[in-house]
Write a protein that binds this ligand. Structure first.
Ligand SMILES: Nc1nc2c(ncn2[C@@H]2O[C@H](COP(=O)(O)OP(=O)(O)OP(=O)(O)O)[C@@H](O)[C@H]2O)c(=O)[nH]1
Ligand SMILES: [Mg+2]
Length: 402
């Protein structure tokens, strides 16, 4: 599995922790997570995707994921980050500590209060849709200024005698490597900004522009327009869209209510559904019923869903550009060694070859790779075959025939 870490970020009080709780509330039990670093603010969320079992007309026995009503729920790792306030790059609030924490993530969910009822520090104010735009920009600016500072220090390490583009890339990749920023990210950003080879000609603005481009490439962001159940949220969402952003409207609190009620056996609901079913109305208190009705009236009916599942799916499938691939040992029965049907689903970056994929399963499978079989069409695939979304493949290697 290629794992990616997604961070929840934003100013105080926008609902990051509520969203984190909702996303990580156990909807299914899976024995072995591929993640090793679960701490109080790190947890597991689930992507929801139509499973291939339906179209292949089989009943599956998932191992690394779960299949519920024909939907695969695939575990992914999330981190809840502390709130960030303006001036963080100069040390305000948790300051630089926050900014370096953000950097462990491969993609960010920027939570904003869609109703615009919080000031820059997260204190309640009268709703103002402009607050949403300010929130988006300030976070980007804080991060860019902070990164620019690191880049500036990195430039001092470039050999003074003959600074070349390659040596600049080398030095910058080195200072940025601890921030989940790769050499490829740096090269791509430099290509885009195209600064002079001689770093002594770089202005503050060149450095800031470079920081901004590195951020956009290495820390892609999705905006979660939270609290859509509140007054003023519709206007806030419209405002963000007018400004050219593509926010996903969500209600973290509504999702949390629904997941808790599901866990308690009170309702039937799958994350991403557009409605829920009350299992036994008599088992609910008046207050519980009211809360559920409110979720339906203020969130599900006007917005179609709580948006929380769509948000996480968007991060992986669109922003990080991952696809799903099902490895099987037996291409006819679609099973693993133990006879489990469609046991695993892997998240892999779009563009991966089937041979690289073999390496994810086992290095030996890559080293001894002969060919693969597309289990849907039974066609042989060569090592350079580029995987497609929802491929089901069996790897044939020396000493291992499917
Ligand atoms: N109406 C409404 N309130 C919400 C929603 N999500 C969160 N809240 C409320 O917003 C407040 C702040 O939520 P938190 O999740 O603690 O916010 P946070 O971003 O983690 O805050 P910090 O950790 O202080 O940065 C709480 O009172 C939540 O109940 C929502 O979808 N709708
Ligand atoms: Mg919090």
């Amino acid at each position: 599995m290629v794992t990616r870490l997604v961070g929840l970020t934003g100013k105080p009080n926008v609902g990051k922790s509520t969203l984190y709780s909702a996303l990580t509330l156990n909807i299914v039990k899976i024995a072995d997570y591929p993640f090793t670093t679960l701490t109080p603010n790190r947890g597991v969320g689930y992507l929801r995707k139509k499973c291939v079992c339906k179209s292949l007309n089989v009943t599956d026995n998932p191992v690394n994921s779960k299949c519920i009503n024909g939907f695969r729920f695939i575990p992914v790792e999330l981190v809840d980050l502390p709130g960030i306030v303006p001036g963080a790059h100069e040390g305000r609030g948790l300051g630089n500590q926050f900014l370096s924490e953000i950097s462990i993530a491969d993609a960010l969910i920027h939570v904003v209060d869609a109703s615009g009822s919080l000031d820059a520090e997260g204190r309640p104010v009268d709703p103002d849709p402009e607050n949403t735009i300010r929130d988006i920009r300030f976070l980007e600016e804080e991060y860019d200024h902070w990164l620019a500072g690191i880049i500036e220090r990195g430039l001092q390490k470039v050999p003074r005698t003959k600074p070349s583009r390659a040596s600049v890339e080398e030095s910058l990749s080195h200072v940025l490597s601890g921030l989940a920023i790769s050499r490829r990210h740096v090269e791509e950003a430099i290509e885009k900004v195209n600064p002079p080879d001689n770093i002594y000609q770089w202005s503050k603005n060149t450095i800031l522009e470079l920081a901004k481009n590195i951020r956009m490439i290495a820390k892609p962001m999705v905006i979660a327009a939270n609290k859509i159940d509140k007054k003023g949220a519709e206007e806030g969402v419209r405002k963000m869209r007018e400004a050219g952003y593509d926010p996903i409207p969500i209600s973290a609190e509504a999702e949390l209510v629904l997941r808790k009620a599901t866990e308690a056996g009170l309702v039937e609901y799958l994350p991403g559904d557009s409605d829920f079913r009350i299992v036994n109305p008599n088992a609910l208190s008046k207050k519980q019923l009211e809360a559920l009705e409110m979720v339906r009236d203020r969130v599900l009916k006007p917005w179609g869903s709580t948006g929380v599942q769509e948000l996480l799916n968007r991060v992986y499938f669109n922003v990080l550009n991952m696809i799903t691939v099902y490895p099987v040992e037996d291409a006819n029965k679609l099973t693993d060694k133990k006879g489990n049907v469609l046991p695993d689903v892997y998240l892999v970056p779009r563009g991966m070859s089937v041979r690289e994929f073999a390496g994810l399963i086992h290095t030996e499978l890559m080293e001894n790779f002969l060919y693969a079989i597309d289990a849907k069409s039974k066609i042989r695939l060569g090592e350079d075959y580029v995987l497609k979304d929802d491929d089901v493949v069996s790897i044939i290697a020396v000493g291992r025939r499917g």
